[in-house]
Design a protein around this ligand. Structure first.
Ligand SMILES: [Zn+2]
Length: 497
């Protein structure tokens, strides 16, 4: 490839890395008074990135490279990925970018105020303005008649409403009766958090042990503390994870660390030859999320995993966990019960929270649901899918920041993550016949290495579903996820699902 084009690609990645560093710092160590200064710095860096990306000379170089027949397979993929990203950026007029950013700030503010008052009506005008602008943006991106597709494309390239809707609807229809059966099955689960104290230092030490065992390279990344755990960083050799420590509940730290480590392993697993190119990236948010959910839920909430780790956990918290055994602990971390709040929900009901959000935001983008009806539509679906109704808007339609930020087309990637995770894990079980034994002995590296070889090192060579099909033999399906849930929860609850 043309050296000028390659160096532009590298420069863009370096700028993204610095944006990542400044953002990570903002969420972890930034002094309280530095907020406005950091906002300016980030906006300057983002402006530079935008200018470089939309520069006509880059467009010409990409167009020329696309017609060259002496490029390698990887180089062709780099040109394809960057052209797509550039094309989207070019299509949105700068006046719209500015209007969106102002509407986002106003909307976030209105959302916070509305949450305090527990009244959606206070948020409605700001959300309405943001929605209008997002529709305008979708039209600027271009679509074949379904605006939502253009927004979904920003998070899940290649996925379409036409493909996604039937899969999520079928999953929803299977899950509703399963959740009903599990909620009705009586089970005694130890109460681990009633007034018990879990030492913060011991929690931290336990999460660091998990990071090491899972194969997260602490010389090519680090873990810190933040209110909302996330994965960021600057480069595959500089991956930043955060976790959250809560003295009354160690599960927050444990499962946040495992979840973010799943994301972190993906970032550390990109191929050396892709560093500083557009290929050192996951092809979709859903596939990225599949890695965090595979580790957090399928591995991290499994019986073999805790057979290995529970003795160490009990030793770390001898008072709080006195009298609790591995069976009780395993049951406690796999409780299924309908709840109002998405981020507190279990791995089954989680997908019903997503189905509800996906259906509603699709209606909103299509302009088929008046905004004033949104809270009632939310509550009606909560009742239908989960059998509970939020007592106020803060515990209902106002609970997530996504819409307040104008993020539409993001929610379904969480369920896609669950579906891809289950299919990939099935494939891993076929490739590693003693996988259960490995987990029982605390050997997590065979699974990490399999994921690295089959998923992480592929980077953005292929769209997500194509990559998954290559590894598992099938594309997006709910079959593996449902089979996994039936087997696991059927055994745990002693019922046939
Ligand atoms: Zn995640």
């Amino acid at each position: 490839m043309d050296t000028w084009l390659l160096s532009r690609m590298q420069e863009l990645r370096d700028l993204q890395g610095l944006i990542g560093l400044a953002t990570w710092d903002q969420e972890t160590y930034l002094p309280a008074k530095a907020g406005p200064a950091r906002a300016h710095q980030l906006s300057t860096l983002q402006g530079l990135h935008h200018e470089r990306l939309v520069h006509p000379r880059l467009g010409e170089a990409l167009a020329k490279a696309a017609t060259q027949d002496d490029l390698s397979e990887d180089e062709r993929a780099m040109v394809r990925v960057l052209s797509r990203e550039r094309e989207r950026e070019v299509r949105v007029p700068s006046a719209l970018v500015k209007a969106l950013s102002e509407a986002q700030s106003r909307s976030l503010h209105a959302w916070r105020e509305a949450r305090k008052e527990r009244r959606f009506a206070l948020f409605q005008p700001a959300l309405g303005r943001l929605l209008e602008l997002r529709r305008e943006q979708a039209d600027a991106y271009g679509h074949g008649g379904e605006r939502y597709d253009a927004l979904l494309e920003g998070h899940e390239p290649g996925m379409r409403v036409e493909r996604l809707t039937p899969v999520l609807a079928a999953l929803r229809e299977q899950l509703i009766p399963m959740v009903g059966k599990l909620a009705a099955a009586r089970r005694t689960v130890p109460r681990l958090f009633d007034g018990r104290r879990y030492d913060r230092d011991a929690q931290w030490a336990f999460t660091v042990r998990l990071l090491k065992d899972i194969g997260f390279d602490l010389e090519a990344g680090r873990q810190d503390v933040s209110i909302h755990p996330f994965t960021g960083g600057t480069h595959p050799l500089d991956v930043r994870l955060t976790t959250h420590l809560d003295e009354s509940n160690p599960l927050s730290a444990i499962f946040s660390t495992i979840h973010e480590a799943g994301h972190g392993l993906y970032e550390q697993g990109f191929a050396l030859e892709h560093f500083r190119t557009p290929l050192a990236a996951a092809p979709s948010m859903g596939l990225h999320e599949s890695q965090s959910r595979l580790w957090e839920n399928i591995v991290g909430r499994s019986r073999p995993f805790w057979e290995h780790y529970f003795p160490g956990l009990r030793a770390a918290f001898p008072d709080a966990l006195a009298g609790v055994d591995v069976e009780g602990f395993h049951a406690a971390v796999n409780e299924v019960s309908p709840s109002l709040i998405r981020i507190e929900s279990d791995e089954l009901t989680y997908n019903l929270h997503i189905a509800l959000r996906y259906e509603l935001e699709l209606l909103l983008v299509r302009d088929e649901l008046p905004l004033s009806d949104l809270p009632a539509a939310w509550n009606a679906r909560m009742e239908k899918y989960l059998g509970i109704v939020p007592p106020d808007d803060t515990r209902g339609v106002l609970q997530d920041i996504h819409w307040a930020w104008g993020e539409l087309g993001y929610f379904p990637t969480y369920s896609l993550g669950n579906l891809y995770a289950a299919s990939l894990y099935r494939a891993a079980e076929r490739a590693l016949p003693d996988l259960q034994g490995h987990l029982r002995r605390g050997e997590l590296l065979p699974l990490r290495d399999w994921l690295r070889a089959n998923v992480h090192s592929q980077g953005f060579r292929l769209p997500a579903e194509e990559l998954v099909r290559g590894v598992t033999g099938k594309g997006l399906t709910d079959a593996d996820f449902l089979a996994y849930l039936r087997e696991k929860y059927g055994a745990l609850y002693g019922v046939t699902l």
